[in-house]
Design a protein around this ligand. Sequence first.
Ligand SMILES: Nc1ncnc2c1ncn2[C@@H]1O[C@H](COP(=O)(O)OP(=O)(O)OP(=O)(O)O)[C@@H](O)[C@H]1O
Ligand SMILES: [Mg+2]
Length: 350
Amino acid sequence: MQLSIRSVLPAVLDSVSQVVWVVDHRGDILYTNPAGLAALGYDDAEDLVGLPSHEILHPCRPDGTLFPASECPMLQPAVTGVPTHGDDEWFRRRDGSFFPASWWAAPIDLPEGRGVVYSFFDATETRELERARRERDAARIRADESRAAQRRIMQGIESVRRQTARDLHDGAQQRLVSLLIGLRMTRDMLPQSAADAAALLDRSIADAQTAIDELRELAYGVYPSVLQVKGLMAAVESLTERCAVPTSVVGEYPRRLPTEVESNAYFVIAEALTNAVKHAHATHIRISIELKEVLRIEVADDGIGGVAQDAGSSGLTGLGDRVSAFDGVVVIESPPGRGTSVRAEIPVPE
Ligand SMILES: Nc1ncnc2c1ncn2[C@@H]1O[C@H](COP(=O)(O)OP(=O)(O)OP(=O)(O)O)[C@@H](O)[C@H]1O
Ligand SMILES: [Mg+2]
């Protein structure tokens, strides 16, 4: 059995794609298989046999500095008897070009003393794959970081909106209400003769009432309290009650969702609804909300359509930014003359 394997060994060495290369105790090349010749750009083993392997493989480094044989780890097994391995060596081809190589060197007992048997391969492709993988990982990390930053900005805006709405309600609005009450009481206390003063007070009372109404609307636009207190469904219904175009709401979901999901969905719906009223000349708007593995919302009108995909305007752009910050997607379909549909999918964290 042994004999028959010995007899086919030369054929095995000729056919394997791995380089097998043997150097003697001085480091001179004794043998190379065809893969070893091909890797370095030689045609004939006679061109290499007898030459110092270190001088052939890497007499200098790719930057041109000298690489003394005494520093070469590939020759060490002949001295130490211990196998070595390296992944970041550069070898020189016959034409003078360099390639990165991974190599293995093991001691081998030869009649004249201990030599070394080498195997190595051209690592250009492996390194290229590694570099591409590192770049891909870095790009993914950068994208994750920028999405996280986008999300933090959105959350910041959200909390400023909530705070502003609360401040408007608790501060200016309450003070205006008490001003109104004071004015009314003063007016009631005036004698009949003071008719001019009463008329003036009446105007002030009307102004104060208007200011309160406007402030309430403003606070609602900044962050509707119903969204915080009763949730998305109630807030959307309250939106549609104020809407100038007949609007139906379909769908439901059984539970409150995280604040950021609800307010994200609400402001998408609010913007799409405002757009439909402002631009679409629609006769009907349909809002649908459903919770599957993500929260799916759609605002569809039967208006003029034709929204440019790259409108570059603040409303639609902000809508995309808002949703993508939470890993969601917005799709706008708006064929001319056939209405507009704004669909968003917003992931719901566990
Ligand atoms: N539902 C719609 N039907 C028809 N056209 C629309 C509709 N929605 C948007 N558009 C068109 O797309 C443009 C961009 O919309 P977008 O919401 O980005 O901006 P805007 O509503 O004009 O301003 P902003 O939202 O910043 O107040 C609108 O000016 C309008 O021409
Ligand atoms: Mg808009």
